[in-house]
Write a protein that binds this ligand. Structure first.
Ligand code: FES
Length: 99
């Protein structure tokens, strides 16, 4: 069963889910708040950075690639609403810059 570790600011949350489940759905049903809006890869609100386990996630589709753009993809970002989890992953929810 894949383990998902999520870093949100100074907090770290973890859960296990069935293989192939959606990362955003699994997190939010456990009250782990990854910001989201459309849930269809259009708005970009659910952006997360993959720290480990990139190979354990579903491949990036055209819509996700278009929304993120090359620069964010190179920095390791994905859209949580588009991610199916197939193995252990560690992700970080970016925090707004206050200054
Ligand atoms: S919630 Fe809009 S892109 Fe994921």
């Amino acid at each position: 069963m894949p383990q998902v570790d999520i870093k949100i600011g100074t907090q770290e949350k973890s859960f296990q889910c069935d293989e192939g489940e959606n990362l955003l759905y699994e997190a939010t049903t456990r009250s782990i708040m990854i910001p989201f809006n459309c849930t269809s890869g259009r708005c970009g609100t659910c952006r997360v950075r993959i720290l480990e386990g990139r190979e354990n996630l579903s491949e990036m589709g055209d819509r996700e690639a278009l929304r993120l753009g090359d620069e964010q993809i190179e920095k390791g970002f994905r859209l949580a609403c588009q991610l199916a989890v197939y193995g252990d992953v560690q992700v970080e929810v970016p925090q707004p810059k206050l200054y």
